[in-house]
Ligand binder design. Structure first.
Ligand code: GTP
Ligand code: MG
Length: 324
């Protein structure tokens, strides 16, 4: 089983693009430069994507995709293999027992977990807390690993990490040394930071990837209705990369998201997450965060494959996230 995984891994990463039928050195360069650097990315792309990126006909693109698919083992896994994989899942603690329980034990590796909410609802605070907690040993709710922190709003604060680390009697300098911050300046840069992360993940034993916030650049880079389908296509691919990393390296992906209000809504809470159905389907767990009085915050599980929806209270103090 492990042997099999390794073989697939090697196949995907080490097949040279120009050995795929239909791809010459020039096309290979174009593909690499636009984020289609491995066979899996090509095998799962659409013909129109490849055709646009390489400036070739759709038919040729189709042929390239077909041969990429043939080169990969895109086969099935048995239920037993999936079970074995699930046994390796890490549940990363939020530092609040009730928050962990809401998620069936914590933030699950192999998944994308989305938290959305209005400003001040604690999305970024949770990101800081997870970046510390991932470095705890496994029996303390951590993953003994590092954190890759994609910061699109420039709100990462090392001072806050120090506070949180001290509260857990952890060596704050070591903690900061194991958080790798990538400041994304626009959506393409954000995509690139994730696509280039593979080597670093292996080298630094990264067990948590944070994207705070996922949509801010996408929203400002693609303005107007005409560009919406472009945006969704890029977003889809970006999420696919994140999900592939989560699966392959058994790590947690935490993304934060903004909300917009729907003034035409008559019943219920008129806020909803941005990003549309592309994002809705990509996140394995979706959590809605809200502000309450003072330090109190509310987390509501709105979407999960196997857990009941529910709502809990926790608080943010100088120590970080805590139970009420
Ligand atoms: P946006 O990014 O603006 O959408 O908001 P967000 O959801 O990321 O909110 P964030 O996580 O930044 O939460 C901000 C809240 O956390 C503040 O309103 C404070 O109540 C609390 N907070 C932030 N920093 C500290 C701190 O250093 N100490 C304490 N005790 N609370 C803090
Ligand atoms: Mg924030």
């Amino acid at each position: 089983m492990i042997q099999q995984e390794k073989t697939n891994d090697k196949q995907d990463e080490e097949i040279k693009l120009d050995t795929i039928a239909g791809i010459g050195p020039k096309t290979a360069e174009k593909l690499k430069g636009t984020g289609y650097g491995d066979v899996m990315a090509i095998a799962t792309a659409s013909a129109s994507e490849i055709s646009t990126v390489c400036d070739i006909g759709v038919q040729t693109a189709n042929k390239i995709i077909a041969s990429a698919r043939e080169m990969l083992n895109m086969g099935y896994e048995t239920g037993l293999e999936v079970l074995e994989k699930r046994k390796k899942i890490i549940k990363l603690t939020t530092a609040s027992n009730s928050f962990d329980e809401l998620l069936g034990g914590g933030f699950e590796s192999g998944s994308i977990i989305e938290c959305y909410g209005a400003f001040g609802s604690a999305k970024t605070q949770l990101a800081h807390q997870l970046a510390v907690n991932v470095q705890l040993p496994i029996d303390k709710g951590g993953a003994n690993g590092g954190c890759l922190y994609i910061d699109t709003e420039h709100t990462f604060r090392p001072e806050r990490i120090i506070e949180m680390a001290k509260a857990k009697s952890m060596d704050e300098k070591k903690i900061l040394e194991n958080i790798f911050i990538g400041k994304a300046y626009n959506s393409d840069h954000q995509i690139l930071l994730v696509e280039k992360a593979k080597d670093m993940i292996k080298e630094k034993n990264i067990k948590l990837i944070i994207v705070d916030s996922l949509m801010s650049h996408f929203r400002s880079d693609y303005v107007g209705r005409g560009s919406l389908s472009d945006r969704q296509q890029k977003l889809n691919k970006h999420l696919h990369t994140l999900s592939k990393l989560a699966d392959r390296f058994n790590l947690v992906v935490y993304i934060t998201n903004q909300v917009m209000s729907k003034p035409d809504m008559l019943f219920g809470d008129p806020t909803q997450a941005v990003g549309g159905h592309v994002l809705h389907h990509a996140a394995t767990f979706r959590i809605y965060l809200r502000k309450s009085k003072g330090e109190t915050r509310i987390a509501k599980l709105v979407d999960s494959p196997n857990l009941p929806d529910g709502e809990i209270l926790y608080k943010i103090t100088n120590n970080g996230i805590e139970d009420m």
